[in-house]
Write a protein that binds this ligand. Structure first.
Ligand code: SF4
Length: 318
């Protein structure tokens, strides 16, 4: 079989669990300290009212109902047997602790759930919530990972997008999570208007040095009514072209530790109310073009990764 030029998530899951595994999104009513006034109001400048969790069932349904409905769908459509419950929208470790524990417990009790993935902000990682996850992992023998929204390592850009945290909180969260031996997924946007290719390379190097296990890439989409949407409509930001974006993704992969697993190369945006999303191209087409160029240019994930720097001190999967 032809070797992939990057470390593909679906292939990794097959190796890890011995068969196909599907992620089931769970969407909970919640908020985030960057929206409720604790850190600020309005949130990140690109965040829409759904807390970046548009691709899920209504949050009025219980965890149990959402998992059941999604499981039925994936079973019928793909013959799926094993699943990861994916707590996606808002900041899941910002829910009251008891509510967080109950939700995680409900997912862990579902049959055929082999893992749980919890999405959150780096500044919302604390020991109480990690205790809940540790207990569930140990009692149920589940694979648990934590997805941290970082978006970029450039702390000037983090300020411009109003993240309400800098790189330091991400570093702190990674070290805390490593102590508990949960795997980490980092979420990055490679075409933020204030970032350039040096930031892209720095993203790859820092993520590699920190022993992050998974990466999820997203291109920036712009929703009407958000602060970013207003800036876009007023012509205050310049977006790079699709060709430049593709170049950034390829460069990012080249500098990334080849063993980090890529959960996603291109994201999808919500269907309605977007002012800009993926240059009006389908995410599938962009992904195909990326894979074609990797072949054509005979390059691959890790081609420029610097092993000599010993960037693997924090890796846990060796
Ligand atoms: S951290 Fe997430 S939920 Fe909070 S404002 Fe930013 S994108 Fe929205």
């Amino acid at each position: 079989m032809k070797k992939s030029r990057y470390n593909i998530y679906s292939e990794h899951l097959i190796k890890k669990f011995g068969g196909k595994v599907y992620k089931l999104p769970v969407n909970l009513p919640g908020t985030c300290p960057n929206r409720d006034g604790t850190l600020g109001f309005g949130g990140c400048i690109f965040c829409d009212e759904q807390g970046s969790g548009f691709d899920a069932l209504p949050n009025t349904l219980t965890v149990w109902e959402q998992l059941r409905r999604n499981k039925d769908f994936f079973r019928r459509r793909f013959n799926a047997e094993k699943f990861i419950a994916y707590f996606q929208a808002f900041t899941n470790t910002y829910l009251p602790l008891e509510q967080f524990a109950a939700n995680i417990g409900a997912a862990a009790a579902e049959e055929d759930i082999v893992g749980i993935s919890v999405s959150t902000r780096p500044d919302c990682i604390n020991e109480d919530y990690l205790n809940v996850l540790t207990r569930v992992r140990d009692e149920k023998n589940l694979d648990i990972n934590i997805e941290l929204g970082l978006q970029t390592v450039n702390y000037h850009t983090l300020r411009k997008i109003n993240r309400g945290h800098t790189l330091a909180e991400f570093l702190d969260a990674v070290l805390r999570i490593h102590r508990r031996q949960f795997e980490i997924c980092a979420h990055l946007i490679l075409n933020l208007p204030w970032d350039d290719m040096q930031d892209v390379i720095e993203n790859a190097k820092i993520i590699s040095a920190l022993g992050v296990r998974y990466v999820k890439l997203h291109s920036l989409y712009i929703v009407r009514g958000t602060k970013l949407g207003d800036m876009y409509e007023r012509g205050e930001i310049r977006l790079i072209s699709l060709e430049e974006y593709v170049r950034r993704v390829i460069t990012f992969l080249e500098y990334l530790d080849p063993e980090i697993v890529i959960q996603r190369l291109v994201g999808k945006g919500p269907k309605n109310e977007v002012l800009f999303c993926n240059w009006d191209a389908s995410w599938w087409k962009i992904k195909t073009e990326l894979e074609r160029l990797l072949e054509e240019e005979d390059t691959w994930q890790g081609k420029k990764f610097n092993y000599l720097n010993g960037c693997r001190a924090l890796r846990r999967w060796d």
